[in-house]
Design a protein around this ligand. Structure first.
Ligand code: HEM
Length: 223
């Protein structure tokens, strides 16, 4: 092999999970560092602001988990769908606790959430796109979500079953092990380059749609 050919070989093939995280971390930072999430993380967000976020999550996860159940047998998307991850029952419990038994009459999706939900629904025919939305939410919930749970529980005196059960993954086992397993599933996807790029692009969009939802909430609760 000539020196030139050798020089063009990649030193180590990049794992897709690493590529995905690197290509989208700027978007994560945009979601993480703005008014609403700052207030959430420093414990200054009023309880009604937190409750409004839980309500918006309810509509997004209803769409995501409905689509997940339809794609459960899909060879690509189905690899990520696991009953232990489902968040809708926990969101219902949290809303019952935070808003009372008539909570359904007191919540509605914001415009930003309706836009996000519409995009999730469009992924029915785009399995990589579904994986992008799945990754953006669930990997976030088992990562930074665990910090949010602690701060909110402490700031508002909420317990695991009472208002923050959305962040409790008690059927999942070790969260670090889950994250490693999730990355291994991403790495095993065998995507061609256009499909890999579509998954990355859709993840960036998923972050932006989430950031819009949070920005809306920030305008309402952090002025
Ligand atoms: C309150 C603000 C947030 C904090 C403090 C936070 C914090 C974190 C931390 C510490 C990690 C682990 C990083 C690592 O493994 O090196 C993480 C990962 C992640 N977060 Fe967040 N996050 C926040 C908001 C969000 C939002 C709004 C989303 C998306 C809607 C999100 C999605 C993700 C995802 C998908 C990962 C996994 C990245 C990977 O390992 O591939 N996060 N976050």
């Amino acid at each position: 092999m000539s020196a030139t050919a050798e020089a063009t070989l990649p030193l180590s093939p990049e794992l897709f999970s690493e590529r995905l995280k690197a290509a989208t971390w700027r978007d994560h930072e945009n979601a993480e560092y703005h008014g609403f999430t700052r207030a959430l993380m420093d414990g200054t967000l009023p309880l009604d602001g937190y409750t409004a976020m839980v309500a918006q999550h309810y509509f997004a996860y209803a769409a995501l988990e409905e689509l997940g159940s339809r794609l459960a047998d899909h060879p690509v998307a189905g690899r990520f769908v696991r009953p232990e991850l489902l968040r809708l029952p926990a969101l219902v419990r949290d809303l019952e606790h935070l808003l009372g038994p008539a909570w359904r009459d007191r919540v509605s999706p914001s415009l930003a959430t309706r836009t996000y939900v519409a995009r999730i629904e469009q992924m029915a025919d785009h399995p990589e796109g579904f994986v992008a939305h799945h990754y953006t939410r669930y990997m976030g919930d088992v990562s930074g979500g665990q910090f949010i749970r602690r701060v909110v529980a402490e700031a508002h005196g909420l317990g695991d079953g009472h208002g923050v059960s959305f962040y409790v993954f008690d059927r999942l086992g070790s969260l670090p092990k889950f994250r490693a397993d999730y990355r291994a599933r991403l790495d095993a996807l065998e995507l061609d380059e256009p499909a890999a790029q579509r998954l990355i692009d859709e993840t960036r969009l998923a972050y932006q749609l989430n950031t819009e939802v949070l920005a809306d909430l920030g305008r309402a609760y952090c002025q």
